[in-house]
Design a protein around this ligand. Structure first.
Ligand code: PMP
Length: 370
């Protein structure tokens, strides 16, 4: 049976260009710190990739530091000096967990900002001063809702506060301009844009002070010591180039997503489209069928050949109640029944039709009663 993969926010299939770059780079065995020709070849691959990632988000190449992924990048960004950290319950666990742990270790304060039912974080009354780190994601991984990071950056700058943004879900879907965001730091992850897993970046603005993540060798501009993962970095670079080219296709993806949501509403009027009124990523639909377990839906769709997820993908494979939907104030019968359908640049009309056929079969009232 042909599979329909609609879980791009969990991870995207490896792009052919990224695969080719990884495979080619595996044979470039030199140590990028070596001065000889073999080393210089590896260095050139890293430099090219750094340039590509910088272009994807309109940053300077010297601002891009490769990490093992966005979890590492978020944790590192939070190691900045602060006495108060301000964030909302919709942030990813890779932000929330280190924020709580670091605040406890420093005896510092965590200020939890409110979130509207539409999924927008309201930092309006948050204490912002030179001792504050404000954290605000660019796009939510479960709902696709976009935050106005630029406005937050302006407020942070006016108050001398620092802003970190988790931009993992945004590249290739919406344009990102690090230079105008007003953020000190920004996290990225290659596997969300069709690059390999286990590689990402923290963009550290020019002039922003941040303690080195690892001391040791002088790699990554003395910010993250350790011999570079050249193949993964090259794959990230190739994926970044492709993602930038693909922004033009975002409206096609939005049309497919909108059609999917409209058809779902037609087939099951009781379905709730979460975040529908907020500015959203073009590829994400968060749909709840009140009272129906999301976990059950995910399993039924999987058996029907369609890969979707229930809220966030959980590392344990177990679906926990979504902290994002709970932070949005959605009641348990909605939060517990929300599925996430996330499209990719290659998603076809036929795949949307396959999803809708499965939806009608699985979620039609007679089927669910059965
Ligand atoms: N932030 C967000 C919004 C994410 O969706 C993810 C991945 N689920 C991460 C951070 C973590 O990224 P990585 O897998 O590269 O550690």
């Amino acid at each position: 049976m042909a599979r329909t993969y609609l879980d791009h926010n969990a991870t995207a299939p490896l792009r052919p260009q990224a695969r080719a770059a990884v495979v080619a780079a595996l044979d470039v065995f030199g140590n990028a710190s070596s001065v000889h020709a073999e080393g210089r070849r590896a260095r050139a691959l890293i430099d090219e990739a750094r340039e590509a990632v910088a272009q994807l988000v309109n940053a300077d190449a010297g601002e891009v530091v490769f990490t093992s992924g966005a979890t590492e990048a978020n944790t590192w960004a939070l190691s900045a000096p602060w006495e108060t950290i301000v964030l909302a319950g919709i942030e990813h666990d890779s932000v929330r967990a280190p924020a709580t742990a670091m605040a406890a270790a420093r005896g510092a304060r965590v200020v939890d900002i409110p979130v509207t039912r539409g999924g927008t974080a309201d930092y309006g009354s948050a204490p912002l001063n030179a001792a504050t780190l404000l954290v605000l994601q660019l796009a939510n991984n479960e709902t696709g809702v976009l935050q106005n990071v630029e406005a937050a950056g302006l407020r942070a700058t006016e108050n001398g506060a620092r802003l970190h943004t988790d931009a993992v879900q945004a590249p290739g879907r919406v344009a990102i301009d690090f230079k105008t965001l007003g953020a000190s730091t920004m996290s990225l992850s290659a596997h969300k844009i069709g690059g390999p897993k286990g590689i990402g970046a923290l963009v550290v603005g020019n002039g922003v002070t941040l303690p080195a993540l690892f001391a040791g060798g002088g790699q990554e501009l003395r910010r993250r010591a350790g011999t570079e993962n050249v193949a993964a970095i090259a794959g990230f670079g190739a994926a970044a180039r492709a993602a930038l080219d693909e922004l033009a296709g975002a409206s096609r993806v939005a049309k497919l997503r909108d059609r999917l949501e409209a058809e779902v509403k037609r087939a099951t009027p009781e379905a709730v489209i979460i975040g529908a009124d907020a500015p959203r990523l073009p590829n994400t639909a968060a749909i709840a069928l009140p009272g129906v377990s999301a976990e059950t839906l995910v399993i039924k769709f999987d058996l029907a050949g369609v890969a979707i997820s229930a809220g966030a993908a959980c590392s344990s494979g177990k679906v926990a109640e979504s902290h994002v939907l709970t932070a949005m104030g959605l009641p348990p019968e909605i939060a517990g029944s929300a599925i996430r359908v996330s499209l990719g640049p290659e998603t076809t009309e036929a795949e949307i039709a396959a999803f809708l056929a499965a939806w009608t079969r699985i979620c039609g009232s007679a089927s669910l009663a059965a």
